[in-house]
Ligand binder design. Sequence first.
Ligand code: SAM
Length: 257
Amino acid sequence: MIKGSKKNSGDWETVRYGNITVYYIPKLDGGGRAFGQDYIPIVKKLFGKVGRLCEFGAGPGFIGFSLLAHGLCDSLCLIDINPEAIAACQKTIQTNHLENKVKTYISDVLGAIPKTEKWDLVVSNPPHFNGTITSSPDEALFIDPNWQIHKKFYESVSSYLTKNGSVLFVENLQGSKPSMFFSMINNGGLKYIKTVRHEKPLWKVIIHNIGVLLNVFKLPEIPYYIQVFQRMDIRLPGLLNIMRDPYYFMWSKKKPY
Ligand SMILES: C[S@@+](CC[C@H](N)C(=O)[O-])C[C@H]1O[C@@H](n2cnc3c(N)ncnc32)[C@H](O)[C@@H]1O
């Protein structure tokens, strides 16, 4: 169980960030409680405190609520296509009396977002893998068929950004590489700034990889990993890079007008 998480009666579990208790059900967690918390030091370093922040594909809002609790934004907008995720956000808002600071939207990408919304920064832990959604309910968390969610997002976000507004998506080297998003970013009227990694101490990297290896040997997933590495044309240096930390943060900014 991740530090700070608690199991409550009923379906709800909670995790506490500063003075905010975030409600969730485990099936809505796409990693926001784990690597999603790397946003805290990264946003602090790149932007400091921003005015209005949006978490796109928010799930229960682990990243957005945590950034709010850490004093890194004044107000928050949470968007997800899944009504269950937004119901979890609503429970957190009501329980913590955040009605004046946090607004939620059920929306397929930005299709249902009013034009009055303006964000200084958008963060997101979107589905990281191209593929086909079949029947498993988990897949919508992790699969972006033909990168349509990314494409539609980058195509439409510019008009919701303030003049110096930025987008900071966390992506996964097991599913993509930064250059795959360059044309989407550019076509949407944004400029790619840079890719940032959260530097972890070596001991954490080693412990994490021992855990991964034990897991791989327990569940015979080796052929799957070999396939992924072959598909991505990953050689040893790339593999070591992934083992160091597969997550990278893509920073793009609205072009000056
Ligand atoms: C990897 S999960 C991240 C959830 C949560 N932010 C976290 O970090 O744990 C991706 C999220 O994107 C949402 N999503 C998928 N397709 C979407 C779409 N077309 N429009 C808006 N949200 C979408 C999913 O419902 C899911 O909550």
